[in-house]
Design a protein around this ligand. Sequence first.
Ligand code: PLP
Length: 389
Amino acid sequence: MANYSPYPVAFQWGEGVWLYDVNGERYLDALSGIAVCGLGHAHPAVAEAISDQSGKLLHTSNLYQIPLQEALAAKLTARAGMDKVFFCNSGAEANEAAIKMVRLHGHKKNIETPLIVVMEKAFHGRTMATLTATGNDKVQQGFAPLLPGFIRAPYNDIGAIERLAAEHGDICAVLLEPIQGEGGVIIPDPGYLAAVRGLCDEYDWLMCLDEVQTGMCRSGQWFAFQHEKILPDVMTLAKALGNGVPVGACLARGAAADLMQPGSHGSTFGGNPLAARAALAVMQVLEDIGADQKAAQAGQMLLETLRGRLADHPGVKDIRGKGLMLGIELDRDCGELVNMALQKRLLINVTAGNVIRLLPPLIAETAQLQQIADTVGEVVVDFLQDSRA
Ligand code: PLP
């Protein structure tokens, strides 16, 4: 189907931060398959775990106990300070589980039509519920009728949520990204997430954090909420959890962890032995290399280098980032930059029209980060010279 429009390049293999196309040309990956391959490509420990597991057992179904899934659940919940987890195969599915849990939470309080506060510019996925939660007309266009049960607030504006609370008695949750990814790498002010936490406590709402893009050390903490020293009630993960093997997870804490009961929800593949083994290997390597601190330090260095090169350049509005999640906002749409970088054998992304998004593998070394900054600097300067705001 024509739902993608791929760039004219096909990769055959990869190693660490490098990808090789079918002609043997080498590319530097500053995108990690959109925040998926945090450990880079063909990581030996992950490859070994997948290979070993595939020779033993791929799948049995959730009709039976799955010790590897239980081991992954224990490791993940301990890391996140959460109590229980439901496994699925993607970010959208993890958010679907979170949305279903909010409905259960509302009905338990005798609210017939539970509402979820979602954010402008949010991205939560492409299923019907998650595209409804997404704050982007392009994602929703053509798919009406959307689902009822969502109301929207501007991001990073606690007063807006307070006003909604005063107007609507049926609110049962807030669902948001701790840093908006697709929306343009938007980092909220310090204290915002803690203030959302405070409102959720005050009104008995579930604080649901979508960490599908920010989780697994990307932002310089294992989970981005840890920058604020708070705990959500529900957190979703996917992307980097399997480093390329499809794994999603919806974690919950306290009363929220007991909303799902036998029969409430399920997934044939969710948390199968292969997926669980891959995610266990990923978590082990992230722990072994101290990926959270690595991302924090590497991200700071990349941010400073990019600012040094581009901050004073007319046309560059802002350069921001947390860990290895960085955005360079220009004063004009710049999708063309992806092709310009591709010609220089660098993979980057442009999101929200005018924000260059960099999500390099967490294992990137200083010289490779320097190369990313150099090439991005060159293409941005060329682009700004040749285009108009
Ligand atoms: N949530 C966030 C914050 C995302 O960035 C994405 C994907 O980009 C999703 C959810 C959807 O994940 P998936 O494509 O695995 O369904």
